[in-house]
Write a new protein. Structure first.
Length: 152
């Protein structure tokens, strides 16, 4: 339990994000569950089910590609109204990166900011590298049996 929470806290610090969470898929990849987060303002994320195509995390899961989103209604906004996690956590911008290992989709790494922020291609590259490392840990059972916790 301590190991995974340390990972969340470290990722939040390294990325300068207000929120970091990881969701893992079930064996069929039809849905997933959040195994933990850092920087959460409430516990709503714990009850959210990750569904392919729904919100940023679901889009990353469905397409197996990194996606970003922003809140608001201007020309730079990108569908946060459809992203339950952005709404629940009050995030202004977020990025969702697929977690894979040996070509198999395992989950999604999700980061977000409560202030306006642009996740650039460079920051996505860093997140994708982190997701690859996390994928190896998930596949090897590094987080198995560790319940999700939240520390702000």
């Amino acid at each position: 339990m301590k190991k995974i929470q340390e990972l969340f806290d470290r990722l939040r610090t390294e990325t300068g994000s207000d929120f970091v969470g990881i969701a893992v898929t079930d064996g069929s990849h039809r849905q997933g569950r959040w195994i933990g987060a850092s920087g959460s303002q409430n516990d709503r994320y714990r009850h959210m089910v990750l569904k392919p195509g729904r919100g940023l995390a679901g889009t990353a899961l469905l397409t197996a590609r990194s996606v970003t989103g922003r809140a608001g209604s201007g020309p730079r906004a990108s569908g946060s109204a459809e992203c339950p996690l952005m709404l629940a956590e009050g995030l202004s911008s977020a990025a969702a990166v697929p977690i894979r290992h040996l070509g198999r989709m395992l989950g999604v790494l999700y980061v977000g900011m409560r202030q306006e922020h642009e996740y650039t291609s460079g920051s996505l590259t860093v997140l994708e590298a982190r997701a690859e490392t996390i994928g190896g840990q998930l596949r090897d059972g590094g987080f198995a049996g560790e319940p999700h916790r939240n520390h702000s």
